[in-house]
Design a protein around this ligand. Structure first.
Ligand SMILES: [Zn+2]
Ligand SMILES: [Zn+2]
Length: 501
């Protein structure tokens, strides 16, 4: 059987993977797999299923390219490509990254921090979880799964009925072979076709997963120079090839992934242990990316002028920097963005809203409570309740309308619905024992339809819970600011003092 493997490249990469894991053994990481697909011929040129085939102790005979594992964040680019094609986003679209509840599923970011408001392009390279999950929800989970199945993901096909929104965060099974093909489709203008490794093999026709414009836009996002997921100090030590790439780390840190492509090659790297043992240092960006770049540098370092070209369907326009939407009169800060006419979002920016305020600007009114005279109109940011509540809870300064007139009857109705912090009691001083600090309970009262509340301690997100659930925390001496935000974005705040007895 004649294979498409390129003997010289195969040997080089095999050796590289072997040397690479020798250096990682001290960190208890013992295996790696590398797949190289030629984008022009769609032939598999390198197939390294295990870093050390002779090493029987480490089960070196397992094929690390076909083994099914959690793909971590490596499926996220597909969510963005589909959202682009459905006209939900362009690179500059602002997305919310605030605590959210998706019917009992509460994703948090790898770093456990939320950033508030973030551009789509930024959200993808920072691999934020909330924006990815909400894009899949908006474009449809079944559509997302259908595209994965179309793109050759076999385990996902088998498990389809059990899979939820967490699929996009790696809550599913996939192989290096399948994941590398997703990026191969990005390199091939959105068309999926199984690569071949037997010469003269008959092949199924290509399937369109997403548009050429979406493929180009995602490629540009993933090829940006400034990357938070570059391994530490990497710029100084390594030659960084021009590639579009994405990393992933599975739940529990069992698997590290880094997949990249340029016009000539798509390369997938997996690093981990065949036993599935988890390792604290097993982070895609840290342990898989250096090997990915090494392979690129050896096989195809920065091919001259050989990058992807923007398709004709993609055009450039000015958008409001605050929202990523076509600017309204009040949008002074504008940036260039790419879009597809008649597909991309076309509604005008509404990042500000007009508010009726008192002459001196210290009170705001609605039509119910505005006085007959002595008022004027002013513009303020129009934030979603969830975002403004997040800013309030985390102490991020933002331009906001003055407090609503206290005599307003509409306000008191709305206010009555906001959550109340029942424990601890605000403005109280709590004495705790130094040797044995107790756990303090957070409790609230919320409107009956509220499903989830988000707790913040000293302006840091702490936990999300049902409003009927007691949440505990270990108190430290000093002032503690507590905020409780419900799923409608309504907030309550409290502040306590804690001292040692
Ligand atoms: Zn605007
Ligand atoms: Zn009012």
């Amino acid at each position: 059987m004649a294979t498409t493997l390129h003997r010289e490249k195969q040997q080089k990469v095999q050796q590289m993977a072997y040397n690479y894991v020798q250096r990682l053994k001290l960190r208890n990481i013992r295996q790696a797999a590398v797949l190289v697909i030629n984008n022009r011929t769609q032939a598999v040129e390198v197939y390294v299923g295990s870093a050390d085939f002779a090493d029987k102790v480490q089960e070196g005979e397992v094929d690390g390219i076909q083994a099914v594992r959690s793909p971590g964040s490596t499926l996220k680019p597909l969510a963005y490509a589909l959202a682009f094609d459905q006209g939900k986003i362009t690179p500059k679209t602002m997305l919310a990254d605030v605590p959210a509840d998706y019917g009992g599923f509460e994703p948090e970011n790898f770093t456990r921090n939320f950033v508030g408001s973030v551009r789509a392009e930024e959200a993808l390279v920072r691999s934020l979880n909330i924006p990815a999950v909400s894009l899949v929800r908006e474009t449809g989970l079944s559509f997302f799964l259908q595209k994965l199945k179309q793109g050759g993901f076999q385990q996902i096909r088998r498990d389809e009925k059990k899979l939820g929104l967490s699929t996009v965060l790696g809550g599913c099974g996939a192989s290096l072979w399948e994941i590398t093909h997703l990026y191969h489709s990005l390199a091939r203008q959105g068309r999926y076709q199984r690569a071949h490794y037997v010469k003269g093999e008959t092949r199924a026709p290509a399937q369109v997963l997403f548009s050429e414009a979406a493929a180009y836009v995602i490629t540009e996002m993933l090829a940006r120079g400034q990357r938070p997921d570059l391994p530490e100090g990497f710029e100084n030590t390594y030659r960084i090839p021009k590639v579009a790439w994405k990393t992933g780390t599975s739940f529990g840190r069992h698997d590290a992934w880094s997949i990249g492509y340029n016009a000539n090659y798509t390369i997938g790297v997996w690093v981990g242990n065949f036993s599935g043992e988890s390792v604290a240092q097993l982070i895609g960006a840290e342990v898989a990316t250096p090997l990915l770049f090494e392979v690129f540098n050896t096989l195809d370092y920065n091919p001259p002028q050989d990058w992807f070209h923007a398709p004709k369907s993609l055009q450039v326009r000015w958008v409001c920097a605050e929202s990523g939407l076509p600017p309204a009169d009040f949008c002074n800060n504008q940036v260039a963005d790419v879009y597809v006419p008649l597909v991309s979002p076309s509604q005008r920016c509404g990042h500000q809203r007009e508010v009726i305020v008192s002459e001196e600007g210290r009170t705001s009114y609605c039509f119910t409570c505005m006085p007959a005279q002595g008022y004027r109109k002013a513009w303020f940011p129009d934030l979603s309740p969830a975002l403004s509540a997040f800013y309030e809870a985390t102490g991020i300064a933002y331009d906001k309308a003055p407090p609503h007139a206290s005599h307003c009857t509409r306000l008191s109705e709305n206010q009555a619905e906001a959550p109340m912090i029942v424990s601890p009691s605000t403005a109280h001083e709590y004495l705790i024992e130094r040797d044995d600090p107790p756990e303090m309970a957070l409790e609230c009262k919320a409107a009956h339809h509220v499903q989830t509340v988000h707790w913040y301690l000293n302006e840091q997100y702490y936990r999300s819970a049902s409003p009927r659930e007691k949440v505990f925390f270990k108190a430290q001496p000093g002032q503690i600011k507590i905020a409780c935000v419900d799923d409608q974005g309504r907030a309550a705040q409290a502040s306590i003092q804690v001292r040692y007895q």
